[in-house]
Design a protein around this ligand. Structure first.
Ligand SMILES: N[C@@H](CCC(=O)N[C@@H](CS)C(=O)NCC(=O)O)C(=O)O
Length: 306
């Protein structure tokens, strides 16, 4: 049984989502700290080009994107559940809102307000990642101010979700909705308390965030990037389960290219070996790590035959 290895860095909010899921499930894991900006020479041999954060490695199987990472943790460690029966529809709908309409202005507001605390090359990297021109600091500060309003207009919606006294965002049970909303709000004060006043008026949010924080991060132990590459090189990818493709999907065994449909659209190429409504997996060979299987969620990714 291979260890869970999370490639992550401290101020990544999506990494915080994964760390908290590991804590909620009470799991031991190895933590590889990756650079917050490209290039990521010790990560891309594993992923084939995916550079986002976090990435979960289990031997020679590489799971990209927290939408799949949390599902995979659930598949291997079902209790306690992040996707309890009956919560999938509402949970995923809330998560989509939290990670798009809520988080995008949040990231511009928070990052622009903490410019002096962030790595100097972060803004330039993120602009390049989105195919945008590199902004000067004044432009970043103006964008932060413009995005205060959509943040302030949406935080009360979370207080309202909790206003009937429910313990968790989607109802009686903890679900994916909690993890997705939490990491967006966590980002507000992850780097400094400068924007803590944005959350101060909301007692239900404060009580709920304290319960989420109490899940902790499980039992992380450090691992170096070369060690993680060695684990992949010495492991065989696990056998894949049976596919359930849609009629329009490329056939299993074909050469395909997959890329994120929002930003950081670096293409990843390989042989299609698993596809169903939730997941797409490609087998690839890399000179450093040999054969690996890279797994993506279906939604949020564009798949083409090449
Ligand atoms: N949909 C992805 C989003 C991941 C994401 O955008 N993460 C940010 C960091 S919080 C990122 O990758 N930034 C660029 C980088 O770390 O290189 C997920 O759920 O994992």
């Amino acid at each position: 049984m291979h260890e869970l290895i999370l490639h992550n860095y401290d101020f990544s909010n999506y990494a915080e989502k994964a760390r908290l899921a590991l804590g909620y499930k009470g799991l031991a894991w190895r933590s590889v700290v990756i650079p917050p900006v490209a290039p990521k020479p010790d990560l891309v041999p594993l992923t084939g080009g995916y550079r986002r954060t976090p990435v979960l490695q289990i031997g020679a199987d590489i799971y990209c994107d927290t939408r799949l990472i949390l599902r995979e943790l659930e598949r291997r460690h079902p209790a306690p559940p992040i996707f309890p029966p009956g919560y999938g529809g509402i949970g995923n709908a809330i998560a989509f809102w939290a990670e798009n309409q809520l988080f995008r202005p949040m990231s511009l507001y928070v990052s622009g307000s903490n410019l002096d605390l962030l790595p100097a090359d972060l803004q330039a990297d993120r602009s390049r990642m989105r195919g945008l021109p590199v902004p000067d600091p004044e432009t970043v500060r103006r964008a932060a101010l413009r995005n205060a309003a959509p943040v302030r207009a949406q935080i009360p919606l979370v207080e309202e979700m909790l206003s009937d006294g429910r313990p968790w965002i989607a109802g009686a049970l903890t679900s994916i909705a909690d993890f997705a909303v939490y990491h967006a709000l966590w980002f507000i004060t992850a780097r400094s308390d400068r924007l803590a006043h944005e959350l101060a008026p909301y007692p239900r949010i404060a009580a709920w965030m304290a319960k989420m924080r109490a899940f902790g991060h499980g039992r992380p132990a450090p691992m170096t990037a070369p060690e993680a590459l060695k684990v992949a090189a010495e492991a065989e990818p696990e056998p894949t389960r049976a596919s359930e493709p849609f009629a329009e999907d490329p056939p299993l065994g074909s050469a395909v290219r997959i890329r994120a449909d929002d930003y950081a659209k670096d293409p990843i190429e390989g042989e299609l070996i698993l596809i169903d409504a939730g997941e797409i997996a490609l087998r690839r060979r890399d000179p450093t790590v040999g054969e690996v299987v890279v797994h993506f969620p279906r939604l949020g990714y564009d798949l083409r035959a090449i």
